[in-house]
Ligand binder design. Structure first.
Ligand code: NAD
Length: 294
């Protein structure tokens, strides 16, 4: 399709982001829609910069007429006080992964939770939300926690090796959501009688192999949702599937957050099937084949 109109400039601000698939996802979807879009990696590691440089980076993006920025580790919380406006979900989570620049104003959004919910509903539409367990109360886990509570979970159990992180997240959730939220130091205790498991720690990444959840705890009817997507086939996903659990890999959340961000940046809806199939092709090229939901 012929590309027309103003060229949209988008960026990703974060550290160690050279392997990010966001530029490819956004540029390809824009190309398929006939939009001109350039997605620039702004890698703090490459320029010896840090989250302390965010005011300058945001100012530069505004001056250079960027349409928006994605924000990732370690800037998702640090960027919040620098913005003109926050969406309801970003304010609730206290974290921003997308900044839309409109009329010179910096508007903070968080598409991580939306992206998780989008993937979860598609892949596991009948999942029992009576008692999900979330392992990992960091950036990804916090976004998912808000999402799963808003999706109608009857209660939520949160596990983190740093119990204070679990307790802080639980306290924030209890203030705004009217569901019981408990914290656990031990995943086996948390999974007693649970209906589902959401894994949101970095364990299982290519650079951090292994599983945060012992295989013996993975038994149907427990469903298992993973956030790690490098690789798509983590040890947790493989084991859970072998044990007969229904599973969801981390790829759908990665695509979901990009779908929502694309719409915010361009004003046009992304084609979800096309974007996901492109993303999975890119993952296969780097890490071999992997599942989505089963
Ligand atoms: P983070 O460092 O902010 O949080 C991780 C949390 O897990 C920490 O609180 C840590 O204490 C806890 N933890 C670590 N090991 C644990 C264990 N064995 N048991 C219990 N708790 C443990 O990290 P993050 O930004 O939330 O990212 C987590 C993972 O999610 C990364 O692999 C990241 O790439 C991935 N991620 C995926 C998506 C996606 O779209 N699929 C989006 C964001 C992050």
């Amino acid at each position: 399709m012929a590309q027309t109109g103003r060229k949209l400039l988008i960026g990703l601000v974060g550290a160690g982001i050279q392997q990010s698939l966001s530029p490819a996802m956004h540029e390809e979807e824009a190309r398929r829609q006939g939009l001109r879009l350039h997605y620039q990696l702004i890698d703090l590691d490459r320029t010896c910069a840090s989250a302390a440089d965010l005011p300058m980076l945001l100012g530069a993006a505004r001056l250079m007429d960027f349409a928006g920025l994605n924000i990732t580790f370690p800037c998702k919380q640090a960027v919040v006080p620098l913005l003109d406006e926050l969406s309801e979900s970003a304010a609730e989570m206290g974290a921003v992964n997308t900044v839309v620049i409109r009329g010179g104003r910096l508007i903070g959004e968080n598409t991580d939770g939306w992206g998780w919910a989008w993937g979860f509903r598609r892949a596991l539409p009948h999942a029992d939300l009576a008692c999900p367990v979330l392992v990992g109360a960091g950036g990804a886990g916090s976004a998912i926690a808000w999402s799963v509570v808003r999706m109608g979970a009857s209660r939520l159990r949160i596990v983190d090796q740093d119990l204070r992180r679990a307790q802080t997240l639980a306290a924030a959730l209890r203030q705004k959501a009217e569901v019981p939220v408990e914290t656990f130091a031990d995943v086996a205790d948390a999974l007693e009688g649970a209906t589902g498991l959401i894994h949101a720690t970095p364990t299982g990444m290519a650079k951090m192999p292994g599983s945060a959840v012992p295989a013996a705890l993975l038994r149907p009817p427990l469903w298992v949702a993973e956030v790690v997507y490098f690789p798509l086939e983590t040890e947790l996903i493989r084991t859970a599937r072998q044990q007969g659990c229904t599973t969801l890999d981390g790829g759908t959340m990665a695509v979901g957050q990009a779908i929502k961000a694309f719409a915010l940046f361009t004003g046009q809806e992304a084609d979800p099937v096309r974007m996901e199939s492109h993303f999975r092709g890119l993952c296969r090229a780097t890490h071999g084949a992997g599942p989505r939901g089963s």
